[in-house]
Ligand binder design. Structure first.
Ligand SMILES: C[S@@+](CC[C@H](N)C(=O)[O-])C[C@H]1O[C@@H](n2cnc3c(N)ncnc32)[C@H](O)[C@@H]1O
Length: 246
C-alpha cells in the first residue's frame, strides 16, 4: 500500500499493538464509545464501518448490535492502517461471522460506494494526514442518508487534551469544534451535530498518569470529554430543491 506518511503511521501503531495498547485503549475509550454507540441507533441488518478499528473491541460491539434480526443479517467492516492491529482484531473475533477486518488507509478506503448505513470512528480521525481525503472517502462509501459518528479526544475545546499532543510520535490535527463543523459542511455533509461526551468512569486515587500533569488534570479532561461529530450523507437520489445533479 502505502504512501510514506501512511508507512509512518503503520509503524507507530504496529508498535502500539505490540505493546498491548489495543487492550488499554478499550479501557480508556469504552465509556465514551458506549455513549456514541447509543446515538447510532443501530438496527439488525445494517452495514457498519469501524474506521481505525484498532484491536476490534468496538467492532465486536457493533457486530452484536446489527447481527441477526427481522431486518436481516448486518455486517461490520473494521478498517485499520496497522496490520498488527488487524491481526489482533481477527484473532479476537473468530466467533463472529459478520465481521470483516481490512488493512487499509482511511484516505483510500478499499470498498465500494454507497454501502455503509453507519460509520463509527473512535479516536482515530485526528491522525489522518489528509482529513479532506478521508472525508471524501467517507462520503463515497456511505449510503445515501447514511450517518457517521466520529469521536475525537484531542481538540482545542478540551484544553487538558493538549497536554499529550506533543508526546505523540506522529503528527496530529488539533482543531476546534467549530473548525470541525466547518470542515464537514465543506464536504457537503448534512444534519451536522457536535456534542461533548464526558467520560464518567471513576479515576482511582492511586492512578499513575504519564499523559497528564496531574490526576486533577486527567479528571478535568474526562469531565470536559471527547468531541462527538455526527453527520449524514445527503440522499442524492431525491435531491432537495436547489440541488442539481449532473
Ligand atoms: C488511538 S487508536 C484507536 C483504535 C480504536 N478505535 C480504539 O478505540 O481502540 C487509533 C487507530 O487509528 C488507526 N489509524 C491511524 N491512522 C489511520 C489511517 N490513516 N487509516 C486507517 N487507520 C488509521 C491506528 O492504526 C490505530 O489503530
Amino acid at each position: 500500500m502505502p504512501e510514506n506518511k501512511d508507512q509512518t503511521l503503520q509503524q507507530e501503531f504496529n508498535r502500539w499493538a505490540a505493546e498491548g495498547e489495543g487492550e488499554k485503549m478499550q479501557r480508556h475509550h469504552l465509556d465514551i464509545t458506549e455513549k456514541a454507540i447509543r446515538q447510532m441507533e443501530l438496527r439488525p441488518g445494517e452495514r457498519v464501518l469501524d474506521l481505525g478499528c484498532g484491536s476490534g473491541w468496538a467492532t465486536r460491539m457493533l457486530a452484536r448490535l446489527v447481527s441477526d434480526g427481522p431486518e436481516g443479517f448486518g455486517q461490520v467492516v473494521g478498517l485499520d492502517i496497522s496490520d498488527e492491529m488487524i491481526r489482533q482484531a481477527r484473532a479476537e473475533s473468530k466467533d463472529f461471522e459478520n465481521i470483516l477486518y481490512v488493512w487499509g488507509s482511511a484516505e483510500k478506503i478499499p470498498w465500494e460506494e454507497n454501502f455503509f448505513d453507519k460509520v463509527l470512528s473512535v479516536e482515530s480521525f485526528y491522525y489522518y494526514p489528509d482529513q479532506d481525503r478521508a472525508l471524501n472517502e467517507l462520503f463515497r462509501v456511505m449510503a445515501p442518508r447514511g450517518r457517521m459518528f466520529i469521536l475525537i479526544n484531542l481538540y482545542k475545546d478540551n484544553p487538558y487534551s493538549l497536554q499529550w499532543a506533543d508526546k505523540l510520535k506522529v503528527p496530529v490535527h488539533v482543531r476546534s469544534k467549530d473548525e470541525y463543523i466547518e470542515l464537514l459542511q465543506a464536504h457537503a455533509f448534512e444534519n451536522i451535530e457536535a456534542v461533548q461526551v464526558s467520560d464518567d468512569t471513576p479515576t482511582p486515587g492511586d492512578y499513575v498518569t504519564k499523559s497528564f500533569r496531574s490526576l486533577d488534570d486527567l479528571k478535568a479532561f474526562k469531565r470536559v470529554g471527547a468531541l462527538l461529530l455526527m453527520a449524514s450523507k445527503p440522499d442524492l437520489r431525491t435531491p432537495a430543491a436547489g440541488y442539481t445533479i449532473y
